[in-house]
Write a protein that binds this ligand. Structure first.
Ligand code: 5AD
Ligand code: SF4
Length: 442
């Protein structure tokens, strides 16, 4: 194998995360690990060690890694490069061969990064893509400093095997972290400044502990932590949307009125070909039940257009599902064949220009509904968690319970919760007028 050129032990580091929120979380934990080793954080353009925390979900996301590596080596710079995340897991040695990087580490092995970095400095290429059943979390340092809205991974992996998706291969089987470890991490996040925690998992609502407790029990327990005002969770699968979790949206004030529930398509034949194991109707019935207990809930979803064989009439079913639901926000993608997945060998690829056209029409419908949802909140009063300063002097930016960005003016501290009246709505943000403040220390 074309080995990487050996480099001295790094003194500075930078982490760049691509893709999903779980990668953001993993990236933060990798940074904490390197800081614990005494390395200083800096930007990727000057760091001795750059950790690229990569995404494999679509081809474009994967290609980004290689262009990023090229950029890091511009002007003859030779930083130590560690490829982490799902591309590392999926491509393993191949990525070391192709890009001559120093470290390749999978998403279940990054607690070994310090050791891998030393090995790379002493001997050249170090690789670890093991997926041990026991979780890495126990060997990571405690949380010290976080923003007001923090992520907490509670579940990883996927057993659903949708035919287009690489996640079951890159992240492995569904594994839930133990109850006590999650509660402990939540407490340390709140101690480190978090007022909102988003529980993360590829199938977060499939979280179960050894005693059979589900996500709603976990949320209930976290809600008792003093100072934790808000709880969110993402991403969920329709089949794991239990009665208990739905009821929690009625009973638990800390659980925010927002549900991200991907559907992918509104057509039953396509859903079957995707191996989604829910139908258009069963999905819509779940949303009805959620809305029955929490009428103001903001709904979100993921869509794929141009799955192999998708006809115009089948795509029209996706548009009509969108019309029926009225989403607050959504993510939509063109189908991207991923090596090793069953869909990659299916016939009847949808031509690129047809995919482009469908994506455009779908996004127009989703944008229309997002604006309508935002406009419907004008005149309402709600709490906003202040997360950062705004674009212009005197402005602060926070989130509504429905996950909308809200701009307010005035001198508020990051981490404050202010009660605002929504005065104006744009497609991507709202303007709020502050009526009352709850300081961060309250
Ligand atoms: N092509 C396009 N989109 C995909 N997704 C997952 N795999 C693919 C693929 N091969 C989308 C799904 C999923 C989201 C995280 O990414 O919509 O919910
Ligand atoms: Fe991928 Fe389907 Fe699992 Fe989601 S549920 S991670 S889309 S296989």
């Amino acid at each position: 194998m074309g080995a990487a050129i050996m480099k001295p032990a790094p003194k500075t580091y930078a982490v760049k995360s691509f893709g999903c929120q779980m990668n953001v979380y993993d990236g933060e934990r990798m940074a904490e690990l390197m800081a614990e080793q005494g390395l200083a954080a800096t930007d990727a353009a000057s760091a001795d060690l750059v950790i690229l925390n990569t995404c494999h979900i679509r081809e474009k996301a994967t290609e980004k890694v290689y262009s990023e590596i090229g950029r890091l080596r511009k002007d003859g710079r030779k930083p130590m490069i560690a490829v982490a995340g799902c591309v590392a897991q999926a491509e393993g040695e191949e990525i070391a061969r192709r890009a001559k990087v120093d470290v390749v580490v999978g998403p279940q092995a990054y607690h070994n990064l310090p050791e891998l970095v030393s090995t790379a400095a002493e001997k050249g290429l170090a690789l670890d893509t093991d997926m041990p059943p026991e979780l890495k979390f126990a060997s990571l340092p405690a949380r010290r400093k976080v923003g007001p809205s923090a992520f907490l991974t509670v579940q990883e992996g996927c057993d659903k095997f949708c035919t287009y998706c690489v996640v079951p291969y890159t992240r492995g089987a569904e594994v839930s972290r133990p109850f006590a470890a999650i509660v402990e991490e939540a407490r340390s996040l709140v101690g480190a400044g978090a007022r909102e925690i988003t529980l993360l998992g590829q199938n977060v609502n499939a979280w179960r502990d050894a005693d059979g407790r589900g996500l709603e029990k976990l949320a209930e327990t976290l809600a008792e932590i003093p100072g934790l005002a808000r709880i969110r969770y993402t991403t969920s699968h329709p089949n794991d949307m239990t009665d208990g979790l739905i009821a929690a949206h009625r009973d638990l004030p800390q659980l925010m009125p927002f549900l991200h529930l991907p559907v992918q398509s509104g057509n039953d034949r396509v859903l079957r070909a995707m191996n989604r194991s829910h139908s258009r109707d069963s999905y819509l019935r779940i949303l009805d039940r959620v809305r029955a207990v929490r009428p103001d809930i903001a709904l979100s979803g993921d869509f794929i257009v141009g799955f192999p064989g998708e006809t115009e009439a089948e795509f029209a079913d996706t548009l009509s599902l969108v019309d029926a639901v009225g989403y607050a926000q959504c993510f939509s993608f063109k189908y991207s064949p991923r090596p090793g997945t069953p869909a990659a060998t299916m016939d009847d690829a949808v031509p690129a220009e047809v995919m482009d056209d469908r994506l455009q029409r779908l996004q127009a419908a989703l944008n229309r509904d997002q604006i309508a949802f935002n406009r419907a909140t004008v005149g309402r009063t709600c709490d906003v968690l202040i997360e950062r300063t705004g674009k212009y002097p005197g402005q602060m930016l926070g989130k509504s319970p429905w996950l909308q960005s809200v701009i307010v003016t005035g001198d508020h501290a990051i981490g404050d919760i202010v009660t605002v009246r929504i005065a104006e709505a744009g497609p991507n943000s709202l303007m709020g007028v502050v009526e009352r403040e709850t300081p961060a220390a309250a």
